[in-house]
Design a protein around this ligand. Structure first.
Ligand code: PSU
Ligand code: MN
Length: 305
């Protein structure tokens, strides 16, 4: 007996774009929910990402589980729903969120990549991916984002990985998993709200047509790839300052005994509060910047396939 492959429910706009071979950029919903950004910055982030994708001639496709249905592409009135209280849905949680009929499951990078791949959407934008957490050699916390990047034939655009992670080990793990990591306008792995981690990348491609060609070839090999671009300089946070905020946030998480999936939302909220909005402004700027680059790639990749 065989089972049919899973397919998310497409919005009419995304369904039409797929049929007409128009460029589409998938977005996750966790960063826009209360797990990712405080109100009202989350609304602004979502609006800026949707707008810049449309301005470049691509169709935005937000992923989420709404009323127990896995979705890719939402109507405007439904976008409201992802700004609220959410339960976090990584790739492994999709079946539970659908089977139990969750009201709003906010999809992470791994869940969004699974839904994008199932729908045939080739490009995805986020803020910063999850990765190997600091201290993983003891507690083993490695984000499911990394293996999802390797398995799903989707291009992910991010400002590197979140700076409170162990970035050298995150890069090593991406190499182990066989995920090409390409810098766009940078030689070093970006550190989310900080311009650089100081870690050298193997590849840098500034030419968007070349980037799209590489993405098309990578797709033929069956896996994903990560394109990194730094936070815009005007909104970037000083590395030393960020490091202090991170250390305080991680100590707080530790003292409260927070572990697993709850770590990332808690640490993001602590850093937001600690930097009096500076980290949030940087987060908005980089999210929009990533959405723009993702749309630029999608527009060039679509005719190649
Ligand atoms: N980056 C952000 N905000 C976020 C996240 C990343 O700027 O909210 C989310 C993403 O959804 C990412 C998830 O997939 O955190 C990773 O969580 P974990 O470390 O539990 O795998
Ligand atoms: Mn984790």
């Amino acid at each position: 007996m065989t089972t049919a492959a899973f397919s998310p429910t497409l919005s009419p706009e995304v369904s039409k774009a797929l049929a007409n071979r128009q460029p589409i950029v998938a977005l996750e919903s966790t960063i826009f929910s209360n797990l990712g950004l405080p109100t009202p910055a989350n609304r602004e982030a979502l609006e800026r990402c949707l707008r810049v994708i449309r301005e470049l001639g691509a169709v935005p496709a937000v992923t989420a589980v709404l009323d127990g249905v896995a979705r890719i592409g939402l109507r405007d009135d439904e976008h409201e729903r992802i700004l609220g209280a959410a339960r976090k849905v990584a790739e492994r949680d999709l079946a539970v969120a659908i089977g139990e009929g969750w009201n709003f499951g906010a999809t992470t990078v791994s869940a969004s990549l699974a839904l994008a791949a199932a729908a045939g959407v080739r490009v995805f934008a986020t803020g910063g991916i999850g990765g190997v957490h600091r201290g993983a050699e003891l507690h083993g916390d490695v984000s499911a984002d990394l293996s999802a990047l390797a398995r799903h034939p989707v291009v992910t655009v991010s400002a590197g990985a979140k700076s409170f992670l162990d970035l050298p080990r995150t890069l090593e793990m991406l190499e182990t998993l066989g995920v090409p990591v390409i810098g766009h306008r940078c030689d070093e792995f970006p550190a989310f709200t900080v311009i650089s981690s100081g870690l050298k990348l193997t590849h840098r491609i500034d030419d968007l047509d070349v980037l799209a060609r590489v993405a098309a070839v990578r797709r033929q090999f069956g896996g994903g790839m990560l394109v990194c671009t730094p936070v815009p300089a005007a909104q970037a946070i000083d590395a030393a300052k960020m490091n202090d905020a991170i250390n305080r946030a991680l100590r707080t998480a530790d003292s409260r005994g927070v572990t697993g999936a709850a770590v990332t939302p808690m640490v993001l909220a602590e850093i937001a509060a600690d930097t009096s909005g500076e980290a949030v402004r940087a987060n908005l700027a980089l999210a929009e910047n990533n959405a723009r680059l993702a749309a630029d790639i999608a527009v060039r990749l679509t005719p190649l396939s």
